[in-house]
Design a protein around this ligand. Sequence first.
Ligand SMILES: NC(=O)c1ccc[n+]([C@@H]2O[C@H](COP(=O)([O-])OP(=O)(O)OC[C@H]3O[C@@H](n4cnc5c(N)ncnc54)[C@H](O)[C@@H]3O)[C@@H](O)[C@H]2O)c1
Ligand SMILES: O=C(O)C(=O)C[C@@H](O)[C@H](O)[C@H](O)COP(=O)(O)O
Ligand SMILES: [Zn+2]
Length: 366
Amino acid sequence: MSIETTPNTVINVTGVLPQENYDVVVGRGLLAQLPALLGERVKKVLVVHPRALRLTGDAVRDELEAAGFTALTAEIPDAEEGKHIQVASFCWEVLGKNDFTRSDAVVAVGGGAVTDLAGFVAATWLRGVKVVHMPTSLLGMVDAAVGGKTGINTAEGKNLVGSFHPPAGVLVDLDTLDTLPPNELISGMAEVIKCGFIADPVILDLLEANPEEAKNPRSEVLRELIERAITVKAKVVSEDLKESGLREILNYGHTLAHAIELTERYSWRHGAAVSVGMMFAAELSRSVGRLSDEDADRHRTILEQFGLPLSYRRDRWQALLDAMKRDKKTRGDLLRFVVLDGIGKPGILDVPDQSLLFAAYQEIAS
Ligand SMILES: NC(=O)c1ccc[n+]([C@@H]2O[C@H](COP(=O)([O-])OP(=O)(O)OC[C@H]3O[C@@H](n4cnc5c(N)ncnc54)[C@H](O)[C@@H]3O)[C@@H](O)[C@H]2O)c1
Ligand SMILES: O=C(O)C(=O)C[C@@H](O)[C@H](O)[C@H](O)COP(=O)(O)O
Ligand SMILES: [Zn+2]
């Protein structure tokens, strides 16, 4: 009798220099690949994980110790609480007290908040050490762990401090999704849906045809969705790591989303905010005649199908506008939005006239 196993999928990301190329491996039981990925030069490894993933973090540390590394763990606060300068400072202290050198490494085990924080710590320690991401949330797998954006939040907004620091590799172990709470899976689905709207319409077809399977961590449908979304992201960041143009499309829905997250003091899941942000971007695209009614309405149907939020408070407009002025795509007084000219056809809309934004917001305000 033979046990059938699906082979791992490897998606390559091209770096600025050939030695900066890396692989995103998608499969099951991938922990054994970590030592080789870190390489022989690395002697010490800091495994960064949140409280909720203590057992997984310990398992990673034990695997590394067994392979001959000196490995230690840093347990950080959960979710957005972890993306804080004091948490980065705590990690720097651990690295300093344990004499981590430029040939040592950081491994992130957790959702997007952990990969953002650990990536930032790796980017800044001694001006840059190796980082490997082991994302454990859907959102981390399809988005945060790939592409090298790292960062923390400040009192003024989301991800306002950070750097581009691509990982040496990403291990997307689908087994970790078994313990992910369902609402977190739905949050990650918003970024999958985003990839469908900006680049890969097959994602939307798959979601519409298989809504239940898409939510099943063990299904082949979810695996295909994950691989397709990673492929979208990998292609974009391979062309434009530092967001000088094309990469802005990955920010579809995010201008309003980040403003909502700040206004809600990070009590909203990132994907939920992105869902409302995409509704807004679709309305904006429709209002300037760039997106058809049919394509704009498809946002509502798909997002609703997954129980993602579609609207936000009418009375918060001024606070949202103030926060959006600090979005990274803003240039001086000019707010800029990723819009759609059709499914899979993203573009940029410069908005000097705020009444246009207010009108689009009225369409999604509740
Ligand atoms: N750098 C990027 O390119 C990029 C892209 C997208 C999002 N992000 C950032 O990622 C963050 C959102 O990521 P997220 O949605 O993964 O949030 P998260 O990291 O806060 O994780 C969500 C929750 O799920 C828990 N969790 C994660 N994996 C688990 C598992 N396997 N089992 C049980 N619990 C688990 C976490 O402990 C947390 O409570 C945001 O800060 C966002 O800004 C960054
Ligand atoms: O990778 C990117 O580029 C993205 O925009 C992906 C987004 O999903 C992600 O939330 C990212 O962290 C947003 O970046 P920011 O530069 O707007 O903070
Ligand atoms: Zn995002």
